[in-house]
Design a protein around this ligand. Structure first.
Ligand code: VGL
Ligand code: ZN
Length: 241
């Protein structure tokens, strides 16, 4: 199933990584991952608030949609997530007098970045993009509904203990590998990927199917943290469609 890695490792030991790229035929590099029944695609927060024109728009966020629609066809198991806050949520700058978006505060569970109001339950901004086309998705997880606790992760709230039930759902369905796509790379995608590793899943982030917010070095830090945790960074072209 992961021929690319095996090929790279084989050549790498003999020739070193620099030589590899030049001698490997392109066909051997393309689309070497074939999702099976033990694979799930997690589509993180592709919601209007995070798309151009939204209150917490991620740059080029809309560009992930066609990529996700294409790869989703290869997955029997797809889970969608929605950031789903109360009004007056603790993560909103407007909830804290004198605070502006992108400042941070200390909360009982740790540092919290403050955001513009976004993804309020039942609003148009919280709706999934109308351009997402994944009718076969089996589950929608809504997270961040606790007024006093944020939840970037699709698995566990920011208190580090309250579960959304996603890991148990995936395990009940015999999923061993998760692939992440969506918004934003450095917050909800990264936190979900790190928790997927903690829950014991083989974890892949599909870089070109994600876009980041990148505030105060968050994007570089997210990739570093994910790399350290054993999250694999791949491209959508690595997935056989
Ligand atoms: C997100 C910031 C605040 C995300 C959600 O989906 O990455 N980022 N809430
Ligand atoms: Zn949020």
């Amino acid at each position: 199933m992961f021929e690319r890695r095996q090929i790279l490792t084989g050549f790498g030991t003999i020739l070193g990584t620099a030589a590899m790229a030049t001698i490997l035929p392109k066909a051997a590099l393309a689309a070497s991952i074939k999702p099976d029944n033990a694979s799930a695609l997690l589509v993180i927060d592709v919601q209007n608030c995070f798309l151009p024109g939204g209150s917490l728009a991620v740059k080029d966020g809309d560009q992930v949609v066609p990529v996700i629609n294409r790869i989703a066809k290869s997955f029997a198991n797809v889970v969608l997530t929605q950031d789903w806050h109360t009004s007056g949520h603790v993560s909103f700058a407007t909830t804290h007098s004198g605070k502006k978006p992108f400042e941070t505060i200390d909360l009982p569970y740790g540092k919290q970045v403050l955001w513009p109001d976004h993804c309020v339950q039942g609003t148009e901004g919280a709706a999934l993009s109308k351009d997402l086309s994944i009718a076969h998705a089996g589950l929608v997880i809504r997270k961040g509904s606790n007024k006093d606790v944020d939840s970037y992760s699709a698995f566990t709230e920011a208190d580090g203990k309250t579960t959304t039930g996603l890991a148990a759902y995936l395990k009940a369905r015999k999923v061993e590998r998760v692939f992440l796509a969506g918004l934003a790379t450095d917050f909800c995608v990264a936190w979900s990927a790190l928790d997927a590793r903690k829950a014991g899943f083989e974890t892949y982030v599909i870089e070109d199917a994600c876009r980041g917010i990148d505030t105060q070095g968050s994007l570089a830090k997210a990739w570093a943290d994910m790399g350290e945790a054993g999250v694999k960074r791949i491209q959508s072209s690595d997935i056989a469609v």
